[in-house]
Write a protein that binds this ligand. Structure first.
Ligand code: SIN
Ligand code: FE
Length: 312
């Protein structure tokens, strides 16, 4: 896995042919499990906004992992003990951040831009070292990302991070890519292969009940076999002490004001220390991947010999 540093991306040539080719090349590197790295913040973020974010400490570490912003609802969650004015300011700031970073990503990665789904953004004001979180929520243990409440149905989790701390780096560890892990671990004890959806009386009944539950407002999540497997893999890695200690590791120190982009469902990663980061997530549909055969979904489907996202 490598860090690909981009120093001098020319945003003014965005719509040109060379920029499109370059965009395809960037997508290929991301899908291989490399990290795109910008030494300076490559989108607009005012000094005033950055200074305001640095004044924000999150009280009560227990329930909310981070402060999240939902762009489609223009809603902020995870705030503890804020005045109305402060909450409004943070919401406006996150709205602007989300728009700017999305515009930047669209110029950088044209093959994805027309089709991705804009997911949540987050602000991470807490020191990551020694955070008292439940094991499965801990981010200092190596893992691939899988969202328990927002299954992607085969879509890929692409995230862009910015370290806005004035002086300290954000320290990450990365390890193997998901395709390699799946080939080695899927089907071993503790990590069974997913089974495709089968049309049976029982499964029809189960899905019927789940749909009725959702209509009645119950927060039931319908996961494809792929999503269920990715969530199991996330838990398996965090719970596997032997894997955590013995896997090959690379350490990255992302300096203040740097930005990095990574498929976090591909690259096993953990954050060891650092405070104050901004992050925006995009769900990239499988159809627009430039190396679809390398995706976790395709690798798994090859092993199983059937579709793992097709609904019955
Ligand atoms: C993650 O594990 O997805 C979070 C990494 C970070 O906050 O730097
Ligand atoms: Fe993660």
């Amino acid at each position: 896995m490598a860090l690909i540093t981009i120093q001098d991306f020319d945003f003014t040539r965005a719509a040109s042919q060379p920029a499109l080719h370059l965009g395809q090349w960037y997508c290929r590197q991301l899908e291989r499990g490399h990290i795109l790295f910008f030494p300076h913040i490559p989108f607009e973020l005012s000094e005033e906004d950055r200074a305001f974010l640095l004044t924000q400490q999150q009280a009560g570490t227990g329930y909310h992992k981070n402060i999240a912003y939902r762009p489609h609802q223009d809603r902020i969650t995870g705030l503890v003990k804020r005045s109305r004015e402060e909450e409004e300011r943070l919401r406006a700031l996150m709205r602007t951040y989300s728009r700017h970073v999305t515009r930047f990503m669209a110029v950088l990665l044209p093959p994805y831009a027309s089709r991705w789904r804009l997911d949540y953004a987050s602000f991470r004001p807490q020191e990551e070292r020694g955070r008292p979180l439940r094991l499965r929520s801990r981010n200092d243990l190596l893992h691939v990302d899988a969202f328990p409440t927002r299954p992607t149905g085969g879509g890929r989790i692409l995230r862009v991070f910015t370290n806005i701390h004035p002086t300290r780096p954000r320290l990450w560890v990365t390890s193997e890519t998901c395709d390699v892990l799946i080939e080695r671990l899927a089907g071993t004890p503790g990590l069974p292969l997913p089974s495709p959806w089968r049309r049976s009386v029982w499964s029809c009944l189960r899905h019927g009940l789940a749909a009725a539950g959702r209509r009645a407002g119950l927060p039931l999540v319908r996961r494809s076999p792929y999503d269920a497997f990715m969530l199991r893999l996330h838990h398996y890695l965090k719970e596997h002490e032997e894997y955590q200690t013995s896997c090959p590791k690379q350490v990255w120190a992302f300096p203040p004001r740097s930005t990095w982009i990574v498929f976090t469902d591909m690259v096993t990663h953990a954050v060891l220390s650092g405070q104050f980061a901004l992050e925006q997530t995009f769900i990239v549909p499988h159809e627009v991947l430039v190396l679809p055969e390398k995706s976790p979904l395709r690798v798994l489907e090859r092993l199983v010999g059937a579709s793992l996202t097709a609904m019955e």
